[in-house]
Design a protein around this ligand. Structure first.
Ligand code: AMP
Length: 181
């Protein structure tokens, strides 16, 4: 009975059926995966947090790094569950203290992400979280920042991965995604 209950509570299928596909957002040709229906349902939000936390089961994590902005939604509660600290990687110009930054290429143009220079102690065990892995440019830049601070990157975890874009090939660390398209 306990086994069946565990299975029902931990099915990523419940998350998949809540994700809404929005064609041509924010621009033509992009099929946007809208996770708002997951966030507004406490049992689905809890399930997403639990499954992301399980990606580092049995590992000691000191810091959970979340990527601006939807990564923050998941990274902070996962950090609390792991009794770890939360660290934001933010878009350029948002962090008030001394930063390291990393530019990366988007489909059109460039973007830059930043981290506070004192956010991580060298040797800290780090989990990096974002909502979705597409081409991998954003996560790859965040990984470079984490490595620059001398952290021990244990895992990079996503709620959703778009497999055909092969973003995980750009990430020089173990990658786990809960849902694959
Ligand atoms: P990328 O750098 O190409 O891996 O893009 C990842 C970032 O862009 C993540 O922070 C996502 O939130 C966002 N993103 C990219 N593609 C999508 C999509 N199809 N649906 C929702 N978010 C996306």
């Amino acid at each position: 009975m306990g086994g069946i209950r565990f299975y029902i509570l931990h099915m990523p299928e419940r998350l998949i059926s809540a994700i809404r596909d929005i064609p041509d957002f924010p621009k033509k040709g992009i099929l946007f995966k809208d996770i708002s229906p997951i966030l507004s349902d406490p049992s689905l939000l809890q399930l997403a947090i639990d499954l992301l936390t399980d990606t580092v089961k049995d590992k000691q994590i000191d810091k959970v790094v979340g990527i601006d902005a939807r990564g923050f939604i998941f990274a902070a509660p996962v950090a609390l569950k792991l009794k770890a600290g939360f660290i934001p990687v933010r878009k350029e110009g948002k962090l008030p203290w001394k930063t390291f930054n990393e530019a990366y290429t988007l489909e059109y143009g460039k973007n830059t992400v930043e981290i506070h220079q004192d956010a991580i102690t060298p040797g800290d065990n780090v989990l990096l979280i974002d909502d979705l892995l597409a081409t991998g440019g954003t996560a790859c830049a965040a990984v470079k920042l984490i490595n620059k601070l001398g952290a021990n990157l244990i895992n990079v975890s996503f709620l959703i991965e778009l497999d055909e874009l092969k973003g995980r090939n750009k990430i020089d660390a173990p990658v786990t995604s809960i849902i694959h398209y």
